[in-house]
Design a binder for this molecule. Structure first.
Ligand code: HEC
Length: 157
């Protein structure tokens, strides 16, 4: 084989590699689930890890509501911060293998969610903030939970 052919062959192979990596990066490992949502394939440990994080999110939302009912802005701020970007139990912080399997829009929704919790935490510390402003922010957050749950699941059964 002459050098020119070799060049085009290796260029072709690189393009295939880059396109497959690109597809992997954007789509993750998703399939269509029987209920019309997308199904992200995780192994049992990974699934447990993400679902544990999910229950942590629900716990934080519950603590935030308890804080709101008690007009305790400090409690709201701390609970929101615990699931913010700096949280150590997030998938983003610990599990690169899981991150690779998740499609880009899923990761973006997850990151944005953590950012919104930080923003709620800051809002709760703002002097003079009203309870309806805090509730509006929280309902925006739970809207994000609903949005992702509408589109994705982790198993097909
Ligand atoms: C980026 C996507 C995404 C976002 C955002 C998201 N979730 Fe989830 N969550 C999922 C998926 C996927 C499942 C698994 C659902 C399934 O397999 O049917 C799940 C499952 C759960 C579960 C069930 C846990 C278990 O033990 O089975 C809870 C509780 C939960 N989420 C709470 C929340 C709350 C609260 C929020 C918002 C504060 C939230 N989630 C935001 C994707 C998301």
């Amino acid at each position: 084989m002459n050098y020119k052919n070799f060049f085009f062959l290796s260029l072709g192979l690189w393009i295939v590699v880059i396109l497959s990596l690109g597809k992997f990066f954007f789509m993750g490992q998703t399939h269509s689930a029987s209920d019309g949502r997308k199904y992200v394939e995780l192994n049992p440990d990974e699934k447990n890890y993400v679902l544990t994080e999910m229950r942590g999110l629900l716990t934080a939302v519950n603590e935030i509501l308890v804080g709101m009912a008690a007009n305790d802005n400090q409690k709201i701020s701390l609970a929101a911060k615990s699931v913010g970007m700096g949280g150590h139990n997030t998938v983003e912080a610990n599990h690169n293998a899981i991150m690779l399997k998740l499609p880009v829009d899923f990761k973006k929704m997850g990151m944005d969610l953590h950012g919104e919790f930080d923003s709620l935490s800051e809002l709760a510390e703002t002097p003079g903030v009203s309870s309806s402003e805090l509730l509006l922010k929280l309902s925006g957050i739970t809207g994000r939970c609903v949005h992702c749950h509408t589109g994705y699941r982790f198993s097909n059964d």
